[in-house]
Design a protein around this ligand. Structure first.
Ligand code: UDX
Length: 474
């Protein structure tokens, strides 16, 4: 595969863009499609539609090198016909009953079916973009309920039937290739993944994916992105349903790990222990592992809430009582409310009190506000009569649009000016390294600091003149 593969990626969000840019970086020719034409125009003009460290540079490199292009979804027929592999990387938002809404995936799968069944547009188009070896490998990266692989196959066939596929099977194979990238480190996670999971019933499709990912599996691509020693990336092959379940189980496990730690944190407060010490002590046990043990106001974002909820919906469908997943969500909801009770303990009434929210994005290094605790906390404070000022290095403007009552400050110190209390909601580096003495000087009594991420040093905060309140810290 000297020239690499011809790849189409439908959906230019976090997953699609990171996948497309990284596959281009390791030597394939990639076209990323999106139905949002404004987004496509921005990308073509070299402007990123989202904040993701390192991704803009990689996209620019791919475009400059002629290996990465963008197109509107209307071009799906051409792209599907010339590609060896087409990725479906569109969102599957949470439906009203908590289950995953598959309408975007369905639209793309049908479109691929229609493209495969249609004759090539004209001779000139064919000469420019010769048909690749069939069958086309359709890779689903969108998070879909277990069992959806078969559903995607059905939809591709439906699409082919719509244009009179003539009853003949369009040549395609479906693969599930779940995505584990984290926002804020999407490039790193795509190029240096812990594992690549591929689920399919077809050996042929499996080998196409193995060849596609070979530069990443072997870590043989040129990189100045990371000095990580080259170790082979495990390539996990399984059936479609298991691949889909791996995605849900991974996210549900991580959410449960955090909720577990939050429950321990609440017990730590009762018995006078420090949860950060407990996390260090248990994290050194290789069976437990040190990551994702940070207690605080809990998990949010675009994946954990949606995926845990979709897994619970699957359980309901099979009349299975998902006791542990239900508890994971309960604990998480209670953690956010604790911010309010901690503030009330020191401030008593919140009416007329000024509260600074430090960090608004759902986690550091992203501008994403989906599932962000900041918005929920700001709404609660607002309804209790407090005046809320927020600060975030990148998500401030978007937060103000989402919540018109939220005043957004230019820097953390402006937010802290005259505040009775401050809440660390998102532990950006800038907030971790806050000058705590300066913060205290700017605030008014009782100068409460609720550290929702246990990100600051309690001693330093107290020495600086703040009334420090962490989570589970004695
Ligand atoms: C997650 C998964 O990690 C990724 O593999 C998947 O594909 C998409 O969902 P992401 O949502 O980007 O990625 O964020 P992640 O870094 O996993 O954090 C999720 C949430 O957990 C955040 O709200 C974070 O603040 C919270 N968290 C994380 C904790 O509260 N404590 C921790 O110890 C770790």
């Amino acid at each position: 595969m000297s020239g690499g593969f011809e790849v189409g990626v439908v959906g230019a969000g976090y997953v699609g863009l990171a996948t497309g840019a990284c596959l281009a970086h390791v030597g394939h020719r990639v076209t990323c499609l999106d139905r949002d034409e404004e987004r496509v125009a921005r990308l073509e003009g070299g402007r990123m539609p989202l904040y993701e460290p390192g991704l803009g540079g990689l996209v620019a490199r791919g475009v400059r090198g002629g290996r990465l292009a963008f197109a509107a979804s209307g071009d799906l027929p051409e792209v599907a016909r010339k590609s060896d592999v087409v990725f479906i990387a569109v969102d599957t938002p949470q439906g009203e009953d908590g289950s995953a809404d598959l309408s975007n995936v369905a639209e793309v799968a049908r479109g691929i079916g229609r493209a495969l069944a249609q004759a090539p547009l004209d001779k000139a188009a064919l000469d420019e973009a010769p048909l690749q070896a069939r069958p086309l490998v359709v890779v689903n990266k969108s998070t879909v309920p277990v069992g959806s692989g078969d559903y995607v196959s059905m939809l591709v066939r439906d699409g082919a039937d719509e244009v009179g596929g003539g009853g003949e099977e369009p040549g395609f194979l479906v693969v599930s290739n779940p995505e584990f990238l984290r926002e804020g480190s999407a490039v790193y996670d795509s190029l240096f993944p812990d594992r690549i999971v591929v689920g399919t019933e077809s050996r042929e499709a499996l080998e196409v994916l193995r060849a596609l990912y070979r530069p990443i599996i072997e870590q043989s691509f040129p990189t100045d992105l990371d000095p990580r020693p080259k170790v082979a990336v495990p390539f996990v092959t399984t059936d479609l349903a298991s691949a889909e379940m791996i995605k849900y189980a991974a996210n549900a496990f991580l959410a449960t790990k955090i909720s577990f730690m939050n429950e321990i944190s609440n017990l730590c407060e009762l018995v006078g222990a420090d949860v950060t010490e407990v996390a260090t002590g248990i994290g050194l046990d290789g069976r437990i592992g040190a990551r994702f043990l940070n207690a605080g106001i809990g998990w949010g974002g675009s994946c954990f809430p949606k995926d845990v909820s979709a897994l619970r919906a699957v359980a309901r469908e099979y009349d299975y009582e998902s006791v542990l997943l239900d508890a994971t969500v309960d604990v998480n909801e209670k953690q956010r409310k604790q911010v309010i009770s901690k503030l009330q303990r020191d401030l008593h009434t919140l009416k007329g009190k000024r509260v600074a929210l430090l960090g608004l994005a759902f986690k550091p290094n992203t501008d994403d506000l989906r599932g962000a605790p900041s918005l929920e906390i700001a709404r609660s404070l607002d309804s209790l009569g407090a005046r809320v000022v927020g600060y975030d290095p990148v998500a401030g403007k978007a937060a103000a649009r989402r919540l018109p009552t939220l005043r957004v400050a230019f820097d953390p110190y402006e937010a802290l000016g005259g505040a009775h209390a401050a809440v660390v909601v998102t532990e950006w580096g800038e907030i971790r390294s806050l000058d705590l003495g300066r913060a205290a000087d700017l605030m008014q009594e009782p100068k409460v600091l609720v550290d929702g991420r246990n990100a600051l040093d309690p001693e330093a905060a107290r020495a600086g003149g703040l009334l420090y309140r962490g989570f589970g810290r004695g």
